[in-house]
Unconditional design. Structure first.
Length: 116
């Protein structure tokens, strides 16, 4: 079993920056991938970014490419989503996930609100 706790959400002005964190814990944590989705009001949850937990290139949705950066700190079992040049349309609840042993585990979500 894996537990994920997100933090770092909040209110930010358009053009600003924010960094989300996703702290993972569990007796046998051994994830092979970390990712982020988001869900805006009235919309379906959509993919934002993904990265392999060990090595590999990150993947991004076209809507965030060049503005968001996904990373992870293996020593801390923590993943991050750096959000730069944010736009009002980035407003959503952001969820992190990890893939391990054929299962996907989700965090509880953190609200990001971008004001214009």
């Amino acid at each position: 079993q894996v537990q994920l706790v997100e933090s770092g959400g909040g209110l930010v002005q358009a053009g600003g920056s924010l960094r989300l964190s996703c702290a993972a814990s569990g007796r046998s944590f051994n994830a092979y991938a970390l990712g982020w989705f988001r869900q805006a009001p009235g919309k379906e949850r959509e993919f934002v970014a993904r990265i392999a937990w060990t090595i590999g290139r990150p993947n991004y949705a076209d809507s965030v490419k060049g503005r968001f950066t996904i990373s992870r700190d293996n020593s801390k079992n923590t993943g991050y989503l750096r959000m730069d040049s944010v736009k009002p349309e980035d407003t959503a609840v952001y969820y992190c996930y990890v893939d391990q042993d054929g299962m996907r585990y989700w965090g509880q979500g953190t609200q990001v609100t971008v004001s214009s």
